[in-house]
Write a protein that binds this ligand. Structure first.
Ligand SMILES: CC(=O)NCCS(=O)(=O)O
Length: 349
């Protein structure tokens, strides 16, 4: 049993789980997504290179990954701070900040934001997808990776004493790479030692979540303390969803507010609307999975901030919760999704 047992670890230190309140389990407050830049379609080069402005907001909503400027969320700390004040006003308590190594994690910035706004912020340990792994990371043994992840939770990360409270988002591609498999094994080993929460970014294929869960299980991971992210762009068939749900992880719908016609990273995917996401939640609740669902917006580009006409960090609290109630998810179930499930997941064993 570690000293963290029964606690949640925020960037300002351990707290009691009851202090968390309503929690978004997958957000970014500062990061770069340059690793995933997607070149604009022929003819769109000019708008892609233009500064973000009113007249290109719709283009940006449809092509968020084709503007370099849009990928630099780390330039927007003032706007994010304002949004966090708003989030508090709307009844938000906690944000899990999923930025890991490879996409410019900035724990001192998170600590300052937590101090300035009173929002509990939880930082993420570990590594994003293979495309961001350094050569040194790729050469590391599972043991070395495990030591680094454990140290980021117990002692602090990036040369600071600021400690991470979850492992993840751990990035996986499709097909999964050898380096990502090693990081997954290290994640499971670190989780066994720490009894901590884990959160996974799966590759963009319906088979990816189950393959990852099997890899974690083989390495001794605790699936009941693991969140599978981005299900809204990964599993579309209800039968497949129920098969995956049986494996026992938390089921995360975390792209609320993101609606687009063509999903650049996988044109096979029809990115759902928010109404379709709520429908998926209602289906899972009806099938008995209300204790496994968690939700968020996964803001990772500028255009999703209210400063740029986006929905912001309070969209779920302001707009999605009322829609959930309309669609038959009752208040107790909403509270499970926003409060009880995140609390159970985030509390160290
Ligand atoms: C930061 C991050 O990984 N967001 C997920 C983007 S995706 O398009 O759903 O993979």
């Amino acid at each position: 049993m570690s000293a963290l047992s029964g606690k949640v670890q925020t960037v300002l230190g351990p707290i009691e789980p009851d202090q968390l309140g309503r929690t978004m389990t997958h957000e970014h407050l500062t990061m770069t997504f340059e690793c995933c830049y997607f070149p604009p379609a022929p003819g769109d080069e000019t708008v892609a290179q233009a500064p973000i402005q009113m007249k290109n907001l719709f283009w940006l909503k449809q092509n968020p990954y084709s503007s370099h400027e849009n990928l630099l969320l780390l330039q927007e700390t003032s706007a994010v701070r304002e949004e966090l004040h708003e989030y508090r006003k709307e009844g938000g308590g906690t944000i899990v900040e999923n930025t890991t190594q490879g996409i410019a994690r900035d724990l001192p910035c998170l600590k300052q934001l937590a101090k300035d706004t009173g929002v509990h912020i939880i930082g993420g340990a570990g590594y994003y997808v293979d495309a961001t792994h350094s050569e040194a990371t790729r050469k590391m043994t599972v043991e070395k990776l495990t030591d680094i992840i454990i140290s980021e939770v117990l002692h602090g990360a990036d040369g600071t004493e600021i400690r991470c409270g979850v492992i993840g988002e751990i990035g996986c591609s499709w097909p999964i790479t050898d380096s990502e498999k090693k990081v997954l094994q290290a994640t499971a080993h670190a989780q066994t030692e720490l009894g901590c929460p884990v959160i996974i970014h799966p590759g963009r294929n319906p088979g990816a979540p189950a393959e990852i869960v099997r890899l974690l299980q083989e390495a001794g991971g605790d699936i009941s303390k693991t969140v599978m992210s981005h299900l809204d762009r990964t599993i579309f068939d209800n039968g497949d969803l129920l098969e995956f749900a049986k494996m026992g992880s938390y089921l995360e719908y975390d792209l609320f507010g993101s609606e687009m016609l063509n999903y650049a990273y996988n044109l096979e995917v029809d990115m759902p609307s928010d109404s379709q996401r709520v429908k998926a939640l209602a289906f899972l609740v009806q099938e008995g999975y209300e204790d496994n669902i968690v939700i968020a917006h996964d803001i990772h580009t500028k255009n999703r901030l209210t400063k740029y006409g986006g929905h912001g960090y309070s969209h779920i609290l302001k707009n999605i919760v009322p829609k959930m109630l309309i669609r038959g998810i009752n208040q107790t179930q909403v509270d499970k999704i926003l409060i009880d499930n995140p609390k159970r997941w985030l509390t160290f064993k």
